[in-house]
Design a protein around this ligand. Sequence first.
Ligand code: AMP
Ligand code: GLY
Length: 416
Amino acid sequence: MKVLVVGHGAREHAIAKKLAQEDLELVAAMSRLNPGIAALSESVEVFDINDPAEYGRFRDVDLAFVGPEAPLAMGVSDRLWELGVPVVGARKALARLEWSKTYTRQVVQEHGISGNPEFAICRSAEEVDAFLKDHEEVAVKPDVLTGGKGVRVTGDHLNSVKETRGYALERVKQDGLVVIEEKLKGREFTLQAFTDGKRVEVMPLVRDFKRAYDGDKGPNTGSMGSFSCPDHGMPDLPLEAVEKGIEIMERTVEALSGSVGLYQGVLYGGFMNTERGVYLIEYNARFGDPEAINVLALLETPLSEVGYGIVEGRLPETRFAEEATVCVYLTPEGYPVNPLRDQPIEVGETRHSEIYYASVYDDNGVVKTTGSRSIALLGRGGTVSEAREKVYSDVGNIKGRLHYRTDIAAPTYLSF
Ligand code: AMP
Ligand code: GLY
């Protein structure tokens, strides 16, 4: 059995690592060679993975996993299905949940699903002003894929009405429209689920740390680390809130399956638990990065079995080990604003944790940094503190001009 993994980040390294434990032949498609994935694969193809026309070479593959959002948004899943290759990863029309904020808000609204905040889709200065007149604090969201960097929120990035208006109008000019929402206040949480388009299997909850520096300071990043707990929940999150989030995801999958075809893949829901209830912030049509690393390390059901279940509409129940995980990302110094690129990294032995390669490249046998996150380490243990100790005891063995947060999953983030 030949299984293809598309993508070259740490998330795809986690997918490949899991599949490599199973009895199958792993094939990798990457735009940039990830040494971790390459070491696990029987064959590796390096090309522009966002170009559906490139995929003819994979006709003989039995099952594909598409990791990142960009190839999903470009229709790579559609192309693979056309070639007769079943895919874990939403087709373009459904991956739209991630790249179009207006689409998501409309699907939720039209199907009477709860979870939408007050929002407006604005196409003119008048529409922007009308919403801002009634809402002092807002989130401004471009309607295109922005690599997680396009959303700006009052108080975090926008410090006056003038600035908010300016950004909203800039996006209208650039994209033709923008979504503005009321700012939600509460505790953010995310749910990742496998779905075959009918049933939703939720994975253990993972919390990530988006800010670049300790104490949740500094600019937002793709995420500097993450943790999960042995009971698969989060200490500060009531079960009812999780159940509400699951219900919103189930109803969304059900709503989609009628119109555009089955949603088959991974759905990632970002939610806010507020005093007024649970609200949907966004959907992603993929695993989170690094959240994938946390959950896939714990997955006990073979991933290929889950994959076949997804594409054949008979998603099995999934089992996850009841252990804690802590993931810490090492990034180039200066990341994300002024990352030091092309710096050598010396990857030593890690005795207590697993290494996942992210955005690095091989320069004649030397691993080097790019402008993005470099390497993730994952520790697991009976408790979060045990998992944390393991990962931090190894972090010094990755040497180079790298930065990492020292407070991922620190006790201050676990007691509420
Ligand atoms: P998104 O790209 O939609 O995930 O947004 C990025 C981040 O912006 C989220 O993780 C939230 O922290 C924040 N955010 C998005 N929408 C809202 C909202 N309506 N209220 C408050 N914060 C939000
Ligand atoms: N860690 C957040 C994301 O992958 O979107």
